[in-house]
Each structure stands twice: as structure tokens, then as C-alpha cells.
Design a protein around this ligand. Structure first.
Ligand SMILES: [Zn+2]
Ligand SMILES: [Zn+2]
Length: 253
């Protein structure tokens, strides 16, 4: 099983999850051309992408969905809230498949389980992916707070992609207007380094081997700060990577 983060942050989010040569794209927030080029460069050019899963309808997650779905000839999968709110980005896609946030489903040979995230979108969610061999990946971004449900989903994952959006101090002292600072720091906004670290400290499971800090703010965070915060709780338990805006990163499980 492989997880490759192809783009992460407010300028665009895409990840590829592959198992046995079959893959899904998680979000499509950069152009189709750029996403496919990055997948190729990351060594996943031969993976057969079978679907695009959406966490929510914000532009940094859905921008490339229409062209990608049409070019690959694959369905777009999301909650009814996401598909409805993002409808204008999904015109003429081959198929739209509606999922419920509390129902697992199978795609590309993997068992996928959605879980609700706390964000100012229609019906946002994160996902865990389990391979036929029982390897598990969990991705949780764009959530203002961590809930018991999110912790429950991440518990048992071998690799986790977790939002580590901002350093609270940098956000507070930074140039954003007050309303935007409140939105980001709010319960339906984005997760701080401190909150992400706290979430990781709540995981009892010993099988976690890889953590990717995702959706880092360019203005209000640095990879170094995210690493410092999350690394302080992870120690040597798992290898940690903070994925900066123009980088890709991945792991094989
Ligand atoms: Zn969002
Ligand atoms: Zn986002």
C-alpha cells in the first residue's frame, strides 16, 4: 500500500492512495495536468486511478475534479452535502456517487471509511483506507477541532496525514484581518499545530509508523514549527514529515 501526498495547503490538496496497483485520488485541488504530472514524478504513473474522493467542496480540494474525472473516466465520490455544494465544479463528470459520513464502502480494492470533520462546508469528512492485507491509512484535514470520532478513525492507522495548519501565535500576530483569524482558529476552521499534536498524543495504538503534517499555512506556519510541535509528542514512535506547499511526500506500507 502507498500513500503519496501530491499537493497540500490552501493552494491545493491532492493525495493518492494505492494498493495492489489500484488507486484513488483524495481531493483534486490542483489542475488535472499538474496532479497527473506529480503522480508520474512520484513513481505512481502506473497506478490505475479508479475514483476521485472529495473531503469537501472548497476550491483548494475540488478545483481540478471535473477535468480529472473526465480525463480518467472515473466517478467522483462525496457526501451529498459536498456534491451539492460543489456541483458547479462537477459538471459533466462521468458519474457522481453519494456516500454517507457514517457508512463504509469499497473502492479500488480498498475498504474506505468516512468520518465527519468540523469545518465550514456542506458535509465535510476525512477518510481511512484499508488494504486487502489490513494496512491502513487515515487522512484528516480541514477540521477546526479533533473529535472522538476522528481519534477513533485514526486509531489503528499505520500512516496518518493530519492537518497542522497554523502556529497559534503566528496566526494571532500575523497580517490576516480579524474575521479571518477568527474563522481559521474557530471550531469550524483549521487545526493548529498544538491541536494536531494533542490529537497524536491521544492515540494509544503502537502500529503507527508514518505521520504527514498537512495543509500547512504559508502565512501562519513553517514546516519547522509543525515538526517541532508534532515531533515533541511522537518522539521516535513514527517518522514525521511536514509537507510544504510545493512538495510531494509519500510512504510505502
Ligand atoms: Zn476547507
Ligand atoms: Zn483546505
Amino acid at each position: 500500500m502507498r500513500l503519496i501526498v501530491l499537493a497540500s495547503g490552501s493552494s491545493g490538496n491532492v493525495a493518492l492512495v494505492e494498493s495492489g496497483g489500484r488507486a484513488v485520488l483524495l481531493d483534486a485541488g490542483i489542475s488535472a495536468r499538474e496532479a497527473l504530472r506529480r503522480a508520474q514524478d512520484a513513481g505512481a504513473g502506473d497506478a490505475r486511478i479508479e475514483a476521485i474522493l472529495l473531503t469537501h467542496e472548497h476550491i483548494d480540494h475540488i478545483r481540478g475534479a471535473r477535468v480529472l474525472a473526465r480525463r480518467l473516466g472515473v466517478p467522483v465520490i462525496g457526501t451529498s452535502g459536498t456534491l451539492r455544494a460543489g456541483a458547479r465544479y462537477l459538471e459533466d463528470v462521468p458519474e457522481r456517487i453519494t456516500i454517507a459520513r457514517d457508512d463504509g464502502f469499497r473502492v479500488a480494492g480498498m475498504h474506505v471509511r468516512p468520518f465527519a470533520t468540523m469545518h465550514d462546508a456542506g458535509a465535510p469528512c476525512g477518510f481511512t483506507f484499508e488494504s486487502a492485507r489490513g494496512r491502513r491509512v487515515g487522512i484528516a484535514t480541514d477540521t477546526g477541532v479533533i473529535t472522538h470520532e476522528i481519534i477513533g478513525a485514526l486509531e489503528g492507522c499505520h500512516a496518518i496525514g493530519l492537518e497542522s495548519n497554523h502556529d497559534e501565535r503566528m496566526l494571532e500576530d500575523g497580517p490576516y484581518p480579524y474575521f479571518l483569524k477568527r474563522r481559521i482558529a474557530g471550531d469550524l476552521g483549521h487545526l493548529s499545530n498544538t491541536a494536531a499534536a494533542h490529537a497524536l498524543s491521544g492515540l494509544a495504538w503502537k502500529g503507527l509508523s508514518r505521520v504527514f503534517a498537512l495543509h500547512l499555512s504559508e502565512q501562519n506556519n513553517t514546516p519547522g514549527r509543525a515538526i517541532a510541535a508534532l515531533g515533541a509528542v511522537l518522539g521516535s514512535r513514527a517518522e514525521l514529515t511536514a509537507v510544504a506547499r510545493y512538495e510531494t511526500a509519500g510512504c510505502v506500507l
